[in-house]
Design a protein around this ligand. Structure first.
Ligand SMILES: NC(=O)c1ccc[n+]([C@@H]2O[C@H](COP(=O)([O-])OP(=O)(O)OC[C@H]3O[C@@H](n4cnc5c(N)ncnc54)[C@H](O)[C@@H]3O)[C@@H](O)[C@H]2O)c1
Length: 324
């Protein structure tokens, strides 16, 4: 019999890509998503329930009518800048509601949980590449919400026997254009879709900071293809279903690229020159964020396959072309 998985936020960017892979691997997928950006989700491979992920009545119905093997929790507010201006909204959606979801899982004896955490839990790197045991000192309310949920999960695992995997994503990127799945945030804050839009619409792209102590002066980040993120979630799910120990893992490639390197590849892929505006650094942007991804490799047997930067940008571009 097919195993049924509940995916919160499965109509969003990463959740939809993971949900699709789960479907192709033979899982029954139920998506619980409020469609807060009024986005369309028209895919027949998953059942969509449009509701808040902390709605107790809806959760009760889902958990009593289905044997849910695991909950994959993607739903959250994600814009770091907005979290600074409106922390209450972020703590409510990302922490308080997650606690409510976990309590409902407890009530209905649903034990396995995979959480979309973030490298934002580390704050400013003291040592690179970032290992999982690096001190956790988030520098934004968004990062605080991710760390708070990780702490709740540890306590739930100790007290109630919950099993969880926290996956600390670095920069999710790329798309699955052939399935119509990709990034469509409103407002968009992520660099690759912003760069592609600038290139395609002949608009200026702002580089925030050109005087960092990196080889070309711009920030370096670790970009992971969303297809690789999806395979890591499937590995984490198998790991939990096989009764393994709760843990948090970095999800990145271990290789960093600068903003100028991204621009070069976007120019090659789109076949145009991107107009650049060099701006001051933004507060709270570390020069380099690169993962040490050896633990997830050793424990889950996962490593990235699709995250060559050219591949990421070609897929993201194809998705932008389909959308426009
Ligand atoms: N995109 C990245 O690079 C990145 C990096 C690190 C961590 N993450 C984490 O990964 C997860 C997914 O990110 P994403 O980029 O796919 O975001 P997204 O905004 O594309 O998707 C989030 C989805 O959650 C839904 N949602 C939010 N609050 C909800 C609620 N209360 N009830 C029901 N649905 C709700 C939204 O409608 C949306 O479809 C988030 O938890 C995010 O913090 C993302």
């Amino acid at each position: 019999m097919k195993k049924t998985i509940l995916v919160t936020g499965g109509a969003g960017y990463i959740g939809s890509c993971v949900a699709h892979l789960l479907h192709t691997k033979g899982y029954e997928v139920i998506i619980l998503d409020k469609l807060i950006y009024a986005q369309k989700f028209e895919h027949s491979w998953a059942k969509l329930i449009q509701a808040d992920f902390a709605d107790k009545d809806i959760l009760k119905k889902i958990f009593t009518e289905n044997k849910i093997e695991a909950v994959l929790h993607f739903a959250a507010f994600i814009e770091v800048g907005r979290s600074v201006k409106d922390p209450a909204d972020f703590y409510n959606n990302n922490v308080v509601k997650t606690l409510a979801l976990l309590e409902e899982m407890q009530k209905h004896k649903v034990k396995n949980f995979i959480f979309s955490s973030s490298c934002a839990v580390y704050g400013t790197p003291q040592k690179l590449p970032l290992r999982e045991d690096h001190p956790k000192k988030p520098i934004s309310p968004y990062g605080n919400t991710k760390l708070a949920v990780e702490m709740i999960l540890e306590d739930f695992a100790n007290a109630y026997g919950m099993s969880f995997v926290g996956l600390r994503y670095f920069n999710a990127a790329g798309a699955i254009p052939e399935e119509g799945l990709g990034e469509q945030h409103e407002p968009e804050t992520h660099i690759i879709p912003l760069l592609l839009k600038a290139a395609m619409q002949n608009k200026e792209f702002k580089i925030f900071g050109t005087d960092y102590s990196t080889p070309d002066g711009t920030c370096i980040r670790d970009y992971l293809h969303v297809k690789d993120l999806a395979t890591a979630h499937c590995k984490a799910l198998e790991y939990l279903l096989n009764g393994a120990t709760s843990n948090c893992f970095n999800l990145g490639t271990g290789t960093g690229y600068s903003v100028r390197e991204l621009i070069n590849i976007v120019e090659q892929v789109v076949g145009t020159v991107v107009k650049i505006q060099e701006c001051e650094r933004r507060e709270g942007d570390p020069a380099v964020l690169v993962s040490d991804a050896s633990t997830v490799h050793d424990v889950l047997g996962w490593k990235s396959e699709f995250s060559d930067l050219g591949n990421i940008i070609r897929d993201a571009y194809e998705f932008e072309v389909i959308k426009s």
